[in-house]
Ligand binder design. Structure first.
Ligand code: IPE
Ligand code: IPE
Ligand code: MG
Length: 261
Protein backbone atom coordinates (compact mmCIF):
# COMPACT_ATOMS: atom_id res chain seq x y z
CA UNK A 1 0.00 0.00 0.00
CA UNK A 2 1.21 3.50 -0.80
CA UNK A 3 2.37 5.31 2.34
CA UNK A 4 0.91 8.80 2.56
CA UNK A 5 3.09 11.04 4.71
CA UNK A 6 1.27 13.95 6.27
CA UNK A 7 2.93 17.33 6.53
CA UNK A 8 3.51 18.83 9.95
CA UNK A 9 0.43 20.85 10.89
CA UNK A 10 1.15 22.42 14.27
CA UNK A 11 3.09 25.37 12.83
CA UNK A 12 0.31 25.99 10.29
CA UNK A 13 -2.37 26.58 12.91
CA UNK A 14 -3.49 30.15 13.59
CA UNK A 15 -3.41 30.30 17.39
CA UNK A 16 -5.60 33.41 17.39
CA UNK A 17 -8.49 31.46 15.84
CA UNK A 18 -8.49 28.21 17.76
CA UNK A 19 -11.72 26.41 18.49
CA UNK A 20 -12.42 26.92 22.19
CA UNK A 21 -14.11 23.57 22.47
CA UNK A 22 -13.32 20.37 20.57
CA UNK A 23 -15.50 17.27 20.89
CA UNK A 24 -14.31 13.85 19.75
CA UNK A 25 -16.07 10.56 19.02
CA UNK A 26 -13.21 8.15 19.65
CA UNK A 27 -14.17 5.30 17.34
CA UNK A 28 -12.46 2.28 15.79
CA UNK A 29 -10.65 0.61 18.71
CA UNK A 30 -12.12 -2.80 17.89
CA UNK A 31 -11.31 -2.67 14.17
CA UNK A 32 -7.79 -1.41 14.88
CA UNK A 33 -7.17 -4.42 17.13
CA UNK A 34 -8.72 -6.84 14.63
CA UNK A 35 -6.40 -5.57 11.91
CA UNK A 36 -3.47 -6.73 14.02
CA UNK A 37 -5.09 -10.04 14.89
CA UNK A 38 -5.69 -8.95 18.49
CA UNK A 39 -8.73 -8.87 20.76
CA UNK A 40 -10.95 -5.77 20.90
CA UNK A 41 -9.75 -5.01 24.45
CA UNK A 42 -6.23 -4.56 23.11
CA UNK A 43 -7.67 -1.79 20.94
CA UNK A 44 -9.30 -0.10 23.93
CA UNK A 45 -6.02 -0.21 25.85
CA UNK A 46 -4.20 1.46 22.98
CA UNK A 47 -7.00 3.98 22.72
CA UNK A 48 -5.88 5.36 26.09
CA UNK A 49 -2.57 6.40 24.51
CA UNK A 50 -4.44 8.45 21.93
CA UNK A 51 -6.48 10.09 24.71
CA UNK A 52 -3.23 11.17 26.38
CA UNK A 53 -1.76 12.43 23.12
CA UNK A 54 -4.83 14.45 22.15
CA UNK A 55 -5.31 15.90 25.65
CA UNK A 56 -1.71 17.05 25.67
CA UNK A 57 -1.99 18.34 22.10
CA UNK A 58 -5.05 20.45 22.93
CA UNK A 59 -3.62 21.84 26.17
CA UNK A 60 -0.30 22.73 24.51
CA UNK A 61 -1.82 25.03 21.92
CA UNK A 62 -4.47 26.57 24.20
CA UNK A 63 -7.77 24.81 23.52
CA UNK A 64 -9.95 25.44 26.60
CA UNK A 65 -12.42 22.53 26.44
CA UNK A 66 -11.95 19.00 25.17
CA UNK A 67 -14.90 16.58 25.37
CA UNK A 68 -14.29 12.90 24.67
CA UNK A 69 -17.06 10.41 23.98
CA UNK A 70 -15.78 7.38 25.87
CA UNK A 71 -18.90 5.28 26.52
CA UNK A 72 -22.44 5.78 25.25
CA UNK A 73 -25.71 4.68 26.87
CA UNK A 74 -26.00 2.29 23.90
CA UNK A 75 -22.57 0.78 24.65
CA UNK A 76 -24.13 -0.99 27.68
CA UNK A 77 -25.58 -3.41 25.11
CA UNK A 78 -22.13 -4.75 24.20
CA UNK A 79 -21.03 -8.20 25.44
CA UNK A 80 -20.67 -8.23 29.25
CA UNK A 81 -16.98 -9.10 29.08
CA UNK A 82 -16.23 -6.07 26.91
CA UNK A 83 -18.25 -3.75 29.16
CA UNK A 84 -16.42 -4.95 32.29
CA UNK A 85 -13.05 -4.68 30.58
CA UNK A 86 -13.86 -1.10 29.57
CA UNK A 87 -14.95 -0.22 33.12
CA UNK A 88 -11.79 -1.72 34.56
CA UNK A 89 -9.65 0.14 32.05
CA UNK A 90 -11.42 3.36 32.96
CA UNK A 91 -10.79 2.75 36.64
CA UNK A 92 -7.08 2.05 36.14
CA UNK A 93 -6.65 5.02 33.79
CA UNK A 94 -8.27 7.56 36.12
CA UNK A 95 -5.97 6.46 38.93
CA UNK A 96 -2.88 6.72 36.73
CA UNK A 97 -3.65 10.04 35.07
CA UNK A 98 -4.31 12.22 38.11
CA UNK A 99 -0.65 13.27 38.40
CA UNK A 100 -0.46 14.32 34.76
CA UNK A 101 -3.72 16.27 35.03
CA UNK A 102 -2.37 18.15 38.04
CA UNK A 103 1.00 18.78 36.45
CA UNK A 104 -0.66 20.19 33.34
CA UNK A 105 -3.27 22.20 35.25
CA UNK A 106 -6.21 20.33 33.63
CA UNK A 107 -9.62 19.99 35.26
CA UNK A 108 -11.51 16.71 34.86
CA UNK A 109 -15.24 16.80 34.31
CA UNK A 110 -17.76 14.07 33.50
CA UNK A 111 -21.10 14.12 31.68
CA UNK A 112 -23.63 11.28 31.42
CA UNK A 113 -25.48 8.85 33.62
CA UNK A 114 -22.59 8.50 36.02
CA UNK A 115 -24.67 6.70 38.62
CA UNK A 116 -24.87 3.72 36.23
CA UNK A 117 -21.10 3.19 36.40
CA UNK A 118 -19.61 0.73 38.92
CA UNK A 119 -19.32 2.32 42.40
CA UNK A 120 -15.51 2.10 42.31
CA UNK A 121 -15.41 4.14 39.08
CA UNK A 122 -17.82 6.74 40.47
CA UNK A 123 -15.63 7.14 43.54
CA UNK A 124 -12.39 7.40 41.54
CA UNK A 125 -13.94 9.96 39.18
CA UNK A 126 -15.33 12.02 42.07
CA UNK A 127 -11.90 12.10 43.70
CA UNK A 128 -10.10 13.27 40.56
CA UNK A 129 -12.80 15.86 39.81
CA UNK A 130 -12.51 17.22 43.33
CA UNK A 131 -8.69 17.27 43.22
CA UNK A 132 -8.57 19.06 39.86
CA UNK A 133 -11.54 21.41 40.29
CA UNK A 134 -9.41 24.57 40.53
CA UNK A 135 -7.25 23.79 37.49
CA UNK A 136 -7.62 26.41 34.81
CA UNK A 137 -5.63 25.58 31.71
CA UNK A 138 -8.21 23.28 30.11
CA UNK A 139 -11.34 21.31 31.02
CA UNK A 140 -11.25 17.69 29.92
CA UNK A 141 -14.77 16.25 29.90
CA UNK A 142 -15.38 12.52 29.60
CA UNK A 143 -18.79 11.54 28.27
CA UNK A 144 -19.52 8.30 30.12
CA UNK A 145 -22.77 6.39 29.92
CA UNK A 146 -23.76 9.43 27.91
CA UNK A 147 -26.73 9.75 25.57
CA UNK A 148 -27.81 13.07 24.16
CA UNK A 149 -31.51 12.30 23.78
CA UNK A 150 -31.68 11.31 27.43
CA UNK A 151 -29.78 14.49 28.37
CA UNK A 152 -32.41 16.52 26.49
CA UNK A 153 -35.26 14.62 28.20
CA UNK A 154 -33.68 15.23 31.61
CA UNK A 155 -33.31 18.95 30.90
CA UNK A 156 -36.95 19.07 29.83
CA UNK A 157 -38.09 17.28 33.00
CA UNK A 158 -36.11 19.73 35.17
CA UNK A 159 -37.58 22.72 33.35
CA UNK A 160 -41.10 21.34 33.61
CA UNK A 161 -40.55 20.86 37.35
CA UNK A 162 -39.30 24.46 37.71
CA UNK A 163 -42.42 25.64 35.87
CA UNK A 164 -44.67 23.48 38.03
CA UNK A 165 -43.02 24.88 41.18
CA UNK A 166 -43.68 28.42 39.95
CA UNK A 167 -39.94 29.14 39.56
CA UNK A 168 -40.12 29.69 35.82
CA UNK A 169 -42.70 31.02 33.40
CA UNK A 170 -43.32 29.88 29.81
CA UNK A 171 -41.48 32.83 28.25
CA UNK A 172 -38.33 31.77 30.08
CA UNK A 173 -38.19 28.54 28.08
CA UNK A 174 -35.69 29.79 25.53
CA UNK A 175 -32.46 28.50 23.99
CA UNK A 176 -30.13 30.04 26.59
CA UNK A 177 -32.09 28.75 29.55
CA UNK A 178 -32.49 25.34 27.96
CA UNK A 179 -28.71 25.08 27.47
CA UNK A 180 -28.30 25.78 31.16
CA UNK A 181 -30.29 22.66 32.03
CA UNK A 182 -28.00 20.38 30.01
CA UNK A 183 -24.95 18.56 31.45
CA UNK A 184 -22.76 20.96 29.47
CA UNK A 185 -24.20 24.07 31.14
CA UNK A 186 -20.80 25.62 31.95
CA UNK A 187 -19.30 25.07 28.52
CA UNK A 188 -19.43 26.83 25.17
CA UNK A 189 -20.80 24.69 22.31
CA UNK A 190 -18.07 22.81 20.43
CA UNK A 191 -16.91 24.58 17.28
CA UNK A 192 -15.27 21.39 15.99
CA UNK A 193 -16.27 17.72 16.26
CA UNK A 194 -13.90 14.99 15.15
CA UNK A 195 -14.94 11.38 14.55
CA UNK A 196 -12.35 8.75 13.76
CA UNK A 197 -12.66 5.38 11.97
CA UNK A 198 -14.51 6.49 8.84
CA UNK A 199 -18.02 6.39 10.33
CA UNK A 200 -20.12 9.39 9.34
CA UNK A 201 -22.65 9.66 12.12
CA UNK A 202 -23.27 11.37 15.45
CA UNK A 203 -24.30 8.31 17.53
CA UNK A 204 -26.36 10.27 20.08
CA UNK A 205 -23.55 12.70 21.00
CA UNK A 206 -24.21 16.37 21.93
CA UNK A 207 -27.20 16.72 19.60
CA UNK A 208 -28.32 20.09 20.95
CA UNK A 209 -24.79 21.47 21.40
CA UNK A 210 -23.67 20.58 17.86
CA UNK A 211 -26.34 22.58 16.04
CA UNK A 212 -23.60 24.64 14.31
CA UNK A 213 -20.48 22.59 14.95
CA UNK A 214 -18.06 21.91 12.09
CA UNK A 215 -17.86 18.14 11.58
CA UNK A 216 -14.57 16.50 10.66
CA UNK A 217 -14.25 12.84 9.76
CA UNK A 218 -11.08 10.84 9.35
CA UNK A 219 -10.51 7.24 8.27
CA UNK A 220 -7.91 6.71 10.99
CA UNK A 221 -8.85 4.37 13.81
CA UNK A 222 -8.75 5.98 17.25
CA UNK A 223 -5.64 4.14 18.62
CA UNK A 224 -3.70 5.38 15.55
CA UNK A 225 -4.81 9.00 15.97
CA UNK A 226 -1.87 11.27 16.80
CA UNK A 227 -1.22 14.89 17.69
CA UNK A 228 -0.55 15.76 14.07
CA UNK A 229 -3.96 14.34 13.11
CA UNK A 230 -5.54 16.63 15.68
CA UNK A 231 -3.67 19.62 14.32
CA UNK A 232 -4.66 18.65 10.78
CA UNK A 233 -8.33 18.69 11.84
CA UNK A 234 -7.90 22.12 13.45
CA UNK A 235 -6.09 23.36 10.34
CA UNK A 236 -8.96 22.21 8.15
CA UNK A 237 -11.49 23.77 10.53
CA UNK A 238 -9.66 27.10 10.19
CA UNK A 239 -10.06 26.96 6.42
CA UNK A 240 -13.81 26.55 6.49
CA UNK A 241 -16.25 29.41 6.26
CA UNK A 242 -18.77 29.34 9.11
CA UNK A 243 -21.80 31.20 7.78
CA UNK A 244 -24.49 30.60 10.43
CA UNK A 245 -27.21 31.02 7.82
CA UNK A 246 -25.74 34.18 6.33
CA UNK A 247 -24.12 34.69 2.91
CA UNK A 248 -20.43 34.54 2.17
CA UNK A 249 -20.46 38.27 1.30
CA UNK A 250 -21.92 39.17 4.68
CA UNK A 251 -19.26 37.11 6.48
CA UNK A 252 -16.43 38.76 4.53
CA UNK A 253 -17.88 42.21 5.16
CA UNK A 254 -18.03 41.68 8.91
CA UNK A 255 -14.47 40.27 8.88
CA UNK A 256 -13.26 43.38 7.00
CA UNK A 257 -15.02 45.64 9.50
CA UNK A 258 -13.40 43.93 12.49
CA UNK A 259 -9.94 44.02 10.90
CA UNK A 260 -10.35 47.77 10.25
CA UNK A 261 -11.25 48.49 13.88
C1 IPE B 1 -14.68 3.04 20.28
O1 IPE B 1 -14.22 1.97 19.54
C2 IPE B 1 -14.68 2.79 21.77
C3 IPE B 1 -16.00 2.64 22.39
C4 IPE B 1 -17.14 2.79 21.78
C5 IPE B 1 -16.02 2.29 23.79
P1 IPE B 1 -15.17 0.76 19.19
O2 IPE B 1 -15.12 -0.22 20.31
O3 IPE B 1 -16.52 1.23 18.83
O4 IPE B 1 -14.43 0.13 17.93
P2 IPE B 1 -15.11 -0.40 16.59
O5 IPE B 1 -16.01 0.71 16.08
O6 IPE B 1 -15.87 -1.63 16.93
O7 IPE B 1 -13.97 -0.65 15.68
C1 IPE C 1 -19.84 5.85 19.63
O1 IPE C 1 -19.14 4.77 19.10
C2 IPE C 1 -19.65 5.91 21.11
C3 IPE C 1 -18.29 6.13 21.56
C4 IPE C 1 -17.25 6.42 20.84
C5 IPE C 1 -18.12 6.05 22.97
P1 IPE C 1 -19.89 3.41 18.72
O2 IPE C 1 -18.90 2.55 18.04
O3 IPE C 1 -20.57 2.85 19.89
O4 IPE C 1 -20.98 3.95 17.70
P2 IPE C 1 -21.94 3.19 16.66
O5 IPE C 1 -22.75 2.22 17.44
O6 IPE C 1 -21.06 2.51 15.66
O7 IPE C 1 -22.75 4.27 16.05
MG1 MG D 1 -17.41 1.81 17.09
Amino acid sequence: MEQKIDIEYQSKIDLARLPQHIAIIMDGNGRWAKEQGKHRIFGHKNGVKAVREVTEGCAEIGVKYLTLYAFSTENWNRPKTEVSALMELLFLTIGKEIKTLQKNNIRLNVIGHIHNLPASNQKALAEVMEATKNNTRMTLTLALSYGSREEICEATRKMAQAYKDGKMNLEEINQTNFSNYLYTQQMPDPELMIRTSGEHRISNFLLWQMAYTELYFTEKFWPAFEKNDLYKAIFEYQHRERRFGMTSEQINESLNNTSQQ
